[in-house]
Design a protein around this ligand. Structure first.
Ligand code: MN
Length: 411
């Protein structure tokens, strides 16, 4: 396992920080009234826009003077590698430019983090086998749990880029059309079964105009975020047939403020699981394309401490982001820089590794208890939900920052 790299920033050398020199995740922060591209290091954010202006970072053209990382993505993977190498040099223990770099560091506690990139389009998949089996069992019975296509294609739907928000954004409980199994007619009311979905988001950094292979798709991915696909289960249950989710998933999707690059995650690659059926050629595994990332979810009712209710790992997925992206292009669908692909809910085999409250409370039949003594089946008003993820090395860990949101009453 890769060892921790030493930075001249002391807080980046702690085994507790999620932003060691090995990470260098990309975000956007508010400095005064300016939106700036920044890189997290220890307890600080590095103002890379300022360093580029001073000539300490030179990518051949100005790419960091934007309020989003899309221009860097668009510049291509050679630039991605150049930038990462330069940042490691600038921040390493013994850096020749330590004074200038120090002057561009701001404490993370002093800055507001904004959307790290402009989302071009958003697609959400349904690629966790335990999740699909759990949900299918609840909705259709154990014999019909997995739809017949599930083991052959990564199922997804086209979501809304406009609904993607950064961590810390409050979310109003949605209202929608609801109809329970015993109701004669539907009614319009606030959702009573508002839920999270614990996911990873893959960010497409290179465009495509035609079908791409799984290896080409992997090369197109710029990095990953933690993603919460907020879901109104009662709206979903009424609307989903025959075209899939629509308003139940359109309220908001929250992402972590930091994009962890594919380069930073490289040491944590792992294999996809054994296949029930051999995949067709355009989806075949060509190498380890999942990542070992420990994931957790906490819930904090208003005025109470947080309780961790979910622990799972990204390696539980059946399809990798590269396979999902390759499949996404299989019809000739063009992909754009800034496309966001939700992995699908990440559940493991055990009860405490179920990645949604729908599964955790088994459709509301088995409420779970929080440290405060309260019980939950779904989210209550003023609950704060926080998703976290860590790839763990021998003496360091790589994180994405909190992916958090508080639910406010319906409007
Ligand atoms: Mn989802």
């Amino acid at each position: 396992m890769t060892k921790r790299l030493n930075a001249f920033v002391a807080s980046a050398n702690s085994s507790e920080t999620q932003f060691p020199l090995n990470n260098l995740p990309y975000g956007v922060f508010l400095q005064g009234d300016l939106k700036r591209c920044g890189v997290a290091i220890g307890d600080f954010v590095l103002d890379v826009a300022a360093l580029e202006k001073q000539g300490l970072i030179d990518l051949g053209q100005p790419l960091l003077q934007s309020a989003a990382w899309n221009p860097v993505m668009d510049a291509g993977s050679d630039i991605w590698g150049q930038l990462r190498a330069r940042l490691i040099t600038l921040l390493s223990d013994g850096s020749a430019d330590q004074n200038a770099v120090e002057a561009a560091l701001y404490p993370l506690t002093d800055v507001q983090l904004l959307m790290p990139f402009t989302v071009s389009e958003f697609t959400d998949f349904y690629a966790g086998k335990h999740h699909a089996t759990n949900v299918g069992t609840m909705f259709r019975g154990a014999e019909n749990a997995l739809p017949p296509n599930w083991l052959h294609i990564p199922i997804g739907y086209n979501g809304r880029a406009s609904s993607v928000v950064v961590s810390g954004t409050d979310i109003h409980r949605p209202s929608g059309q609801l109809k329970g199994p015993d109701d004669a007619l539907p009614r319009f009311a606030p959702s009573k079964r508002f839920d999270i979905e614990l996911e990873m988001g893959a960010i497409v950094g290179r465009p495509s105009s035609d079908r791409v292979s799984v290896d080409q798709a992997d090369d197109m991915i710029f990095g990953y975020v933690i993603l919460n696909d907020w879901s109104a289960r009662d709206i979903q249950a009424w609307e989903y047939q025959p075209l899939g989710p629509f308003q139940s998933k359109a309220t908001a999707t929250t992402i972590s403020p930091w994009i962890v690059t594919k380069a930073a995650l490289e040491p944590f690659r792992c294999e996809t699981p054994t296949r029930d059926f051999e995949l067709l050629a355009h989806l075949k595994d060509t190498g380890p394309m999942l990542y070992g990332i420990d994931l957790g979810v906490t819930i904090a009712p208003k005025g109470s401490d947080a309780t961790e209710v979910i622990r799972t790992n990204y390696k539980e997925m059946y399809y990798s982001a590269a396979q999902q992206l390759a499949h996404h292009t299989s019809s000739g669908c063009p992909m754009r820089v800034g496309d966001l692909l939700g992995s699908g809910t990440i559940s493991g085999a055990t009860k405490d590794s179920r990645g949604s409250f729908l599964e955790l409370s088994w459709g509301g039949k088995e409420p779970f208890t929080l440290d405060s003594g309260e019980t939950r089946s779904f989210i209550e008003d003023y609950d704060t939900l926080t998703l976290q993820g860590f790839a763990k090395g021998s003496d360091f860990k790589i994180g994405f920052g909190d992916c958090t949101g508080t639910i406010l009453p319906a409007k």
